[in-house]
Design a binder for this molecule. Sequence first.
Ligand code: ZN
Length: 547
Amino acid sequence: MRAWLLALAACTASPRPSLVTTAETSQYLRTGTYDEALRLCHDFARAYPHVACDEIGRTVEDRPLVALRIGTRGPVIYIQAGIHAGEIEGKDAGFAFLRDLLDGKVAAGALDAVRIVFVPVMNPDGHERVSPNNRPNQRGPEAMGFRTNAARLNLNRDYVKADAPETQAVLRVLAADDPVLLVDLHTTDGAKFEQDISVNTAPVAPRGDQLAATAAALSTQLVQRLTELGHLPVGFYPSFIKDDDPTSGFAVSEAPPRFAHFYMGARSRLGVLVETHSWRTYRERAASTYHALQAIVEQATRDAAAWQRVEHDAEVADLALRGTSVPMVWDNGPHTRPLAFRGYAYTKQPSDISGADWIVYDETKPQLWNVPREGYIIDGGFAPVVAAVLDRHGIQHEPIRGRVAVEAFRVQHVTYPPMFEGHARVELQGAWAPETRELDRGAIRVPIDQPHVRLIVQLLDPALPDSLAQWGLFDTVFERKEYMESYVTEAVAREMLAKDPALRATFDAALAADPALAKDPARRLEWFYRRHPAWDERQDLLPVYRR
Ligand SMILES: [Zn+2]
């Protein structure tokens, strides 16, 4: 009896594990190690009911990636911090906010309305590459992690190609939990100004459903709530159009889905990028991040169910895009509107700047993309590498064989911009045209009548900036693999001219039209080789067809 009472006392009195961060105990001078983040994740799970700490993957250096899962009902709000590991207040503010949320001190009623999934550090390997000098444009903490993962990939350019195991882990969470909103927590780089935080909702450009309008409303609501909470927020990313020229103003535009929050738009979901101002102290940035999370979770408590309906309607509308044209890329238009932006005086034009009216570009010029009626086909040899990426996004595909009438994309001109994120990216000129193809063994079909239509087009239409073609996954297509010796071509050209009298006129016209061709013996011979059956017809043919 007595032993039983003692056991009960020991059980009920067992102190809650410390859920306090190094940031808090150091008055926000320092941030903790990744081991501390792992310990906190597991301690939260021990301290509260309906909280779990899950390993969602492993990093390049084989560290566990963890997600804290909170709550049992309602749609999921997914929050990630430390994707750029030097911008780390999202981790510390996230733990502080979630502790207060679970203790009932903030955002009352939230856990009756939404579940929360929090990845405290999306880039743990970068987090552990610690130096006081990793963020030269940032005030505190005393030392911080590095921007990229261990393979030197910027994870916030990786959401479409999904090279990194860290990104792949997060994509699995997004596919499994299907959050209504992704929140990505950062610190700005660049310019000095008074505003202390920016919220950037996505999608931005109008798209024929209610998603962009819902994102714009969320932006307005967050800016208003952050103002009430004592901040100076802006609803766009505060980087100047010309880097060192504050009078150039700001551009607001739809970016490619390689960025986490725009990726959500491609999935017909909502995203928000939060950027605190890097010249604020670590304590101030943690406070503004805490309040951003508070504002987001308060709004989600009211609106998450409505967001879910808008997203469902958007997905239904996406299915009707089959065989139509849809805007996928936007440029800023000429229209501007004045904006009161509180910059600091700067040396070039000190009198003009402080408190002046600034400019934000807000009109977008859409470029139209054709969505295929049935879907895309990836021909044999390239199917495995494409299927691997499709699988990371949860996109369905199936084997296809036989002879098919398709549109194929033959590339006329390729240029290679500088290396980017470890890829020899390519810029392509070419066009879709009807062809009949005998498919190779292993070819796959990607039907368009499935969720994530916009993401499928972003991945597979070679003219889009995050397409696998432009990320260089098909580069061998542009390489010459077989040759005709020049003495052979000399003979072959003569045979061809003898057989086809019209060919002489075509050749002469080509020489007249292109003086460089006329002067280049190798290209003159290639002109005939390209018209001969020995020419490799797969050179410059993208292995992605549509129909
Ligand atoms: Zn960042």
